[in-house]
Design a protein around this ligand. Sequence first.
Ligand code: GTP
Ligand code: MG
Ligand code: ZN
Length: 288
Amino acid sequence: MPSGRVTAAYGRHFLVDDGTDVVECVMRGKKGGVACGDRVSFNLTHPGSGVIEKVEPRDNLLYRSDEMREKLIAANVDQAAVVVAAVPYFREELLIRCLVACETADIPVLIVLNKADLPETAALAEYLKTYVELGYALVAVSAKRDVSALEAHLRDHTTVLVGGSGVGKSTLLNRLVPGADAATGEISIALDAGKHTTTHARLHRLPGGGALIDSPGMQEFGLRHLSMAALMAAFPEINARAGQCRFYNCRHIKEPGCAVLEAAARGDMLPSRLKVYQSLLGQLSESR
Ligand SMILES: Nc1nc2c(ncn2[C@@H]2O[C@H](COP(=O)(O)OP(=O)(O)OP(=O)(O)O)[C@@H](O)[C@H]2O)c(=O)[nH]1
Ligand SMILES: [Mg+2]
Ligand SMILES: [Zn+2]
């Protein structure tokens, strides 16, 4: 049976690259999802079209989940580039949720600060130094001017671009993959937000080796699938202090003698990150 890699996922339709040709496939029956980046086996039904029969076991899978369902983003990636920008605006909660999802899926992350050409970016670059101190890799680029700092990180890897709408993922892709010709959107001033220009994930081969997956910008990153242990492990500054709390099972909400809360009170932890941690924890307890 021929096999290949899924390079586009449009609902129940997929493009599969077998190394020579791109075959349009559907999934048989209603079983499980197929994600961009999946390795699959398929049967040809006509020249150029086929049916996916089997999804090979995945190295990893990045997905989000809300109350209703799971939304697959990409499979079998070496890393995720979480793209942020000061324009239209920086959404720290979305960044944190992306970082937590990648950590939970065992996917190394790189924070990409885009739009370095804009004056609004300087303050955000300063703010993100805290993330570097936490151990995250960060590169600043301008999709409009210079992306060389990012190129070195992408070579020979499969990388998925994730982040909010309008941060410039598709513009980065077009710059890095000449001829990709992905649609990019003008930011709607009226809404002061991205417009969700990209609607489906797509994998492109990088000219220097490796692949880049562009994904639709997200408004929310649902994390219903998280366990409490995974949540705590995904915050390095909490993880590092958890053993110092008075209670071994401290949840770092309002317990006395909590080393995490004390660190936050001293200014040794970003209050915004503690707040997102606590709200994620609250949602987990609700959904159980
Ligand atoms: N000044 C500046 N503008 C940029 C840069 N990168 C992207 N833009 C602009 O930002 C807007 C949104 O870019 P897109 O690439 O469509 O953003 P996206 O992240 O793909 O958005 P979605 O597909 O909706 O998720 C466009 O108007 C781009 O021209 C940059 O480095 N500098
Ligand atoms: Mg896009
Ligand atoms: Zn604690």
